[in-house]
Write a protein that binds this ligand. Structure first.
Ligand SMILES: Cc1cc2nc3c(=O)[nH]c(=O)nc-3n(C[C@H](O)[C@H](O)[C@H](O)COP(=O)(O)O)c2cc1C
Length: 170
């Protein structure tokens, strides 16, 4: 069963991590469908019904994004607010996300040490994971890479990308 990867990155041309993650996913062929929100909707005016229909087709969905201001990019928050609507994802008749497996894949600029001993990446992502659980989803472990703003080598990102695709295949 193919898996959907919803990518939220405002400028993939200038990306290292998210671009290499997508390149690695391309090797998986039809196992994954990559859906880039900024490419499909440069103005971020989502076709909510089309997006709901797309999500409905997949049992496992990965949301891939860079951390922006200790949060998901606002485009992804907008997507969640609009697409996971009352009566569709929750509330009366809102059972369309129920039972789906959700995985987050997040990149940070801050290095690993910046996320240890204080607020962790998992802490930052809690509103997302709680929201998906609220909709009846099973939340899988987050795939991650730290340190994009700290001289992360391309080879390290490529190795991390292989771990990402292995997790998706598992
Ligand atoms: C507007 C903006 C806000 C950011 N805020 C954070 C942040 O709060 N914490 C952090 O670790 N990195 C932050 N970053 C760095 C990005 O997370 C990092 O550049 C990105 O994950 C690298 O992925 P990429 O190579 O695919 O662009 C921010 C970057 C931008 C553009």
């Amino acid at each position: 069963m193919p898996k959907l990867v919803v990518v939220t990155h405002p400028n993939l041309n200038q990306s290292l991590v998210n671009r290499l993650w997508i390149e690695e996913l391309a090797n998986l062929g039809e196992v994954v469908k990559v859906h880039s929100l900024y490419e499909k909707y440069p103005d971020l005016k989502f076709d909510i019904q089309a997006e709901q229909e797309l999500l409905s087709q997949y049992d496992e969905i990965i949301f891939q994004f860079p951390i922006h201001w200790f949060n998901v990019p606002y485009a992804l928050k907008k997507y969640i607010d609009e697409v996971l609507a009352y009566g569709w994802a929750f509330g009366p008749g809102g059972e369309n996300m129920k039972g789906k497996k959700i995985r987050l894949a997040a990149s940070t600029g801050g290095d690993k040490a910046a996320y240890e001993g204080g607020v962790s990446l998992d802490d930052l992502l809690k509103p997302m994971t709680i929201s998906f659980k609220f909709c009846g989803c099973e939340v899988l472990p987050t795939h991650r890479i730290y340190g994009a703003s700290h001289g992360l080598e391309e080879e390290a990102v490529k190795a991390n990308a292989k771990e990402y695709s292995s997790a998706i295949l598992a």
